[in-house]
Design a protein around this ligand. Sequence first.
Ligand code: PLP
Length: 263
Amino acid sequence: MKKVLTIAGSDSCGGAGIQADLKTFSAHGVYGMSIITAVTAQNTQGVFAVQDIDEDIIKAQIDAIFTDIEVDAVKIGMVSKPSTIYAIARQLEKYNPGNIVLDPVMISKSGYSLLQPESKQSLIKELLPKAFVITPNIPEAEEMLNAVTSEDIAIKTIEDMEQAAKEIYRLGPKNVLIKGGHMSGEAIDVLYDGQEITRFYSERINTKNTHGTGCTLSSAIASNLALGYSIKDAVSNAKRYITTAIEHSLEIGQGVGPTHHFY
Ligand code: PLP
């Protein structure tokens, strides 16, 4: 069985973070493992508190896994603060796993900052070059480009997304997938692999229940890479998976409900 590791935050209501990642791994028939970087007190209405996990424990979790188990893909989600990022980066250098999917989680749909502002540069410098694929949404892509250019970059069209993917590619990841969910109309994602742009289309599903979609998509990509699919097929399969998961999203709680995981 293929083995996939998530390094991410815990979402107490089970819709995003580690919990969404593990559900996605199970639905793909891969064995899921988790390293928790932070614990959030969260429900469908918002994030109410966050406790970052000590970097020594993060390092120890990574040692525990890599000294014992072969890892076929790694998904990285919420990384909070610079010392967490450095700890993860040093450990990735030590064990050098392939198929690293980096979801540069910054702000939750409910508006809570899950990446401290001073962490942006560390994320770009320490984790981007190690990623096989990075999966920013439009606001995250804008934040990253603004951080490296000190300009006020706004992504408004599909052509802007393609240009942004090429610019983020220069920061070191092997592939860049910019998710177009924040634009109106069809949900179009753009992949740049250093040579060509590929567009992935899906219909927009009219629901408010989209909690955890970013976490789910990146975990589905990691699962598909572990299963041996190429990056284009992994993204295409993962997009189909997240579209179905949103179609069947759950009316749980009083806020933004979670997506539903099944194959
Ligand atoms: N909580 C945690 C721990 C996460 O990792 C994420 C991921 O993006 C979120 C919350 C945000 O989820 P969403 O913005 O989909 O509600």
